[in-house]
Every structure is written in C-alpha cells, then in structure tokens.
Design a protein around this ligand. Structure first.
Ligand code: HEC
Length: 147
C-alpha cells in the first residue's frame, strides 16, 4: 500500500467510526424530570446564582446545551456529568434525597473552586461566577441551610 491509500483508508475509518458512535443510545436521553422540591432558599438571589452555576448538572432543569453537545462523544460526557451530578446533589429533589451527603460540601466545593468543573466552564463562561458572586453564594447557601 502506498502512503496515499493509507491516508484515505485512515480517513474512511475515522469518519466511519465517528458516524457509528452516533448510533449509541447513550447521551441522547435529554430528559428533565419534574421538579419535586427545592431548598427553602433564603433569597431569590441565592437561587439565581445556583441556577447560573450549578443547575445544569444538579437540578431537573438542565439546559442540555448547544448542538455539538448532543454529538457523540461530547454527548456522553454531558450525560455522565448530569447523571453523576444529580446523584450527588439535586436542588430539584431536595426532600427526596437530593441533599448532598454533607451539607458543608456545598460551601467546600466553592471555597476550593472545584465546582463547577473546569471542563464545563471552558464551554460555559456564563456559568463562571466572580469572586464576589462566589462569596454571595457561600453566604446564601449558609443561610439557606439554616432555614
Ligand atoms: C458540569 C456539571 C456540573 C456543574 C455545573 C456543577 N457540578 Fe457539582 N458535581 C458534578 C459531578 C459530575 C459530581 C460528582 C462527581 C464529583 O464529585 O466530581 C459533582 C459533585 C458535587 C458535590 C458532591 C461531591 C463533593 O465534592 O462533595 C457537590 C457538593 C457539588 N457538586 C456542588 C456543586 C455546586 C455548588 C455547583 C455550582 C456552584 C456545582 N456543583 C456545579 C457536576 C457538576
């Protein structure tokens, strides 16, 4: 085989593989189950900040994103984030087991800057909070948890 043939076959295999993985059912289940219960928010502002930064993965009000987030393999990563996110914390099923294991985790992840995850912020700059907003959200979570 000459180089040209190898390149052509390589391209065919790549494109074919890309098309084939689109057939996998995983990643296409863009459902938002009904909202059952939310925390007793201390203020609409706390909820608004949480909605901006957290709701895509930790609520039943997920905005499933732009078209390319529905194309495999990106769609697989999105699906996994939402499934795992909702399992760990779901603001829409607060009294149905949606609370985090430790209430303090809500504050900790913000202090550490580990949430929202970095790879998500790359594509969702609108979810990035300023240092001021982070402090507001921390105070808001603390007041909400006391409610
Ligand atoms: C892109 C999706 C996504 C966004 C947005 C997001 N999270 Fe998460 N979160 C996850 C995933 C996935 C997990 C479970 C795996 C892990 O711990 O990394 C998780 C786990 C958690 C946990 C439990 C685990 C721990 O470390 O204690 C808390 C608390 C949490 N997130 C809080 C938040 C808060 C608060 C926000 C908003 C400021 C937020 N998350 C935004 C995806 C997300």
């Amino acid at each position: 085989m000459n180089i040209k043939k190898i390149v052509i076959w390589g391209a065919v295999i790549l494109v074919g593989g890309f098309l084939l993985i689109q057939l996998a059912p995983y990643g296409r289940n863009h459902t938002n189950p009904p909202v059952q219960s939310e925390p007793n928010w201390d203020s609409p502002q706390t909820r608004a900040l949480a909605k901006t930064a957290c709701f895509d993965c930790h609520s039943n009000e997920t905005n499933w994103g732009r078209w390319y987030e529905s194309v495999a393999p990106a769609s697989w990563l999105v699906q996994r984030d939402v499934e795992e996110g909702r399992q760990n914390l779901n603001f829409s099923e607060w009294n149905q087991g949606g609370k985090p294991r430790e209430a303090g985790d809500l504050i900790e992840v913000l202090q550490r800057g580990s949430m929202p995850p970095a790879q998500y912020l790359l594509l969702h700059s609108e979810a990035k909070l300023t240092p001021d907003e982070i402090n507001q959200l921390i105070a808001g979570f603390q007041a909400t948890l006391k409610n």
